[in-house]
Design a protein around this ligand. Structure first.
Ligand SMILES: *[C@@H]1O[C@H](CO)[C@@H](O)[C@H](O)[C@H]1NC(C)=O
Ligand SMILES: *[C@@H]1O[C@H](CO)[C@@H](O)[C@H](O)[C@H]1NC(C)=O
Ligand SMILES: *[C@@H]1O[C@H](CO)[C@@H](O)[C@H](O)[C@H]1NC(C)=O
Ligand SMILES: *[C@@H]1O[C@H](CO)[C@@H](O)[C@H](O)[C@H]1NC(C)=O
Ligand SMILES: *[C@@H]1O[C@H](CO)[C@@H](O)[C@H](O)[C@H]1NC(C)=O
Ligand SMILES: *[C@@H]1O[C@H](CO)[C@@H](O)[C@H](O)[C@H]1NC(C)=O
Length: 353
């Protein structure tokens, strides 16, 4: 059988492969310049609570000064949640474009489509801009894709109180594949368009993904691959954010986008939470306003005895680090570790340390 020394040596070998991937780091941006959703604090809290479970690290902020080449380059993805209007200045928009051209990933939630209306690059990342919604009411959302991670676990017909978004263009024209629609007979559409826009296409888009968004073109030098986009228009109410089916939809959509493997956390690309640089900190001020916001850092390095190197800076929640081992096997690769590396599982050896 294996001596302790052999196990140790093997474990160290495995761990060096584990470290080839680090936890993807995502800037969650909730800035608003107009309408402000009162569910933003709930969104921040719930996202923070789910970071470790889904193997991502979040930094929450409403500070547009984080949108520089240098600072964005430390992130694998940006996630725009319930924003409104001009939440970035020209320099910030340019830095975001550079981030996309560098393989950076985009995820948008709810009014993430209702900002930066004059920024064509942002429109290409999100897919389509928000136009209007009729008053919030019960509506039935329909699933168009049963295998995509974002919709694998939602009901075929999903009914709840929501603002049904109508869009200024057809996101399919920007390469979107629609994951969810809405049953248009399930709600009363007495809202009014804000302009004379082209049709948003049929069936009515509600959530979608873009495999290679135009926002990344032309790719920067040394960049092989565009970061994916994921967008869902759902998420107006606190009660929605507090629903597990919903948070699975959002987190799985984000994770799918990151798993396109276009960034440093995946050992490629020129932006992201790269190997050995996981502690690289962001310069400038971080995380404003966010009540209850917590940046959850998950263990990207582990020692044999440790239960991950997590720290929960400022704020509440999700400080607990033990328990969740997230290790999955990928053919041809020994191990790929997600967050919360609380132990090491050696697959194929029948050994659990
Ligand atoms: C949603 O939750 C926030 C606190 O997280 C609260 O301030 C707000 O009033 C809630 N909204 C509603 C409509 O209850
Ligand atoms: C950001 O990076 C892009 C691409 O390398 C470059 O063209 C641009 O000048 C940089 N912006 C600043 C402010 O340095
Ligand atoms: C569902 O999503 C997967 C990606 O996860 C994609 O390969 C497939 O083509 C999609 N199916 C439909 C019907 O859009
Ligand atoms: C739309 O319908 C709702 C519910 O029936 C009603 O409360 C609202 O006043 C209507 N709005 C308009 C612009 O007609
Ligand atoms: C969340 O939403 C699903 C689907 O609508 C529903 O079945 C479930 O009861 C909801 N869970 C909670 C805790 O509200
Ligand atoms: C880590 O960061 C340093 C300094 O910022 C940089 O020179 C180096 O290329 C980075 N390494 C990786 C693998 O990202």
């Amino acid at each position: 059988m294996w001596s302790k020394k052999a196990i140790l040596a093997y474990t160290i070998a495995v761990m060096s492969q584990v470290q080839a991937q680090s936890t993807p780091k995502v800037l969650v941006y909730t800035a608003t310049a107009g309408y402000r959703h009162d569910s933003i604090p709930t969104a921040i809290e719930v996202l923070g609570q789910n970071a470790q479970k889904y193997g991502v690290e979040f930094q929450f902020s409403e500070d547009m000064s984080l949108f520089t080449n240098d600072t964005l380059s430390t992130f694998d993805g940006v996630m725009f949640v319930s924003n409104s209007d001009e939440v970035l200045d020209d320099a910030g928009q340019a830095a975001l474009k550079t981030f996309f051209q560098s393989g950076g990933v985009y995820t948008g939630v709810h009014a993430g489509s209702a900002c930066l209306f004059n920024d064509e690059n942002y429109e290409q990342a999100v897919g389509a801009f928000f136009d209007y919604h009729p008053p919030i009411q019960d509506a039935t959302f329909t699933r168009l894709n049963t295998t995509h991670p974002a919709t694998a676990n939602v009901p075929d017909r999903w009914s709840f109180q929501e603002e049904v978004y109508h869009f200024r263009s057809n996101p399919r024209d920007n390469g979107a594949v629609v994951l969810m629609s809405v049953d248009e007979s399930s709600y009363v559409n007495n809202g009014t368009s804000t302009g004379n826009y082209p049709p948003m296409g049929d069936p009515h888009p509600i959530a979608w993904y873009i495999e290679a968004p135009l926002s990344a073109q032309p790719l920067g030098s040394g960049v092989d691959k565009a970061g994916r986009s994921f967008y869902t228009s759902l998420g107006h109410l606190n009660s929605t954010w507090q629903n597990e089916t919903y948070i699975n939809h959002v987190m799985s959509g984000l994770k799918w986008a990151l798993d396109g493997a276009s960034t440093k956390a995946y050992g490629v690309g020129i932006v992201g939470n790269g190997n050995g640089n996981s502690s690289s900190t962001v310069t400038g001020t971080t995380s404003s306003s966010s009540n209850g916001a917590s940046a959850t850092s998950s263990g990207t390095s582990a020692s044999l005895t440790s239960s991950s190197t997590s720290s929960a800076p400022s704020g509440s929640s999700s400080g607990s680090t033990s328990g969740s081992v997230s290790v999955k096997s990928i053919p041809g690769q020994a191990l790929v570790a997600g967050a919360g590396l609380a132990g090491i599982v050696i697959l194929g050896m029948g050994l659990v340390l």
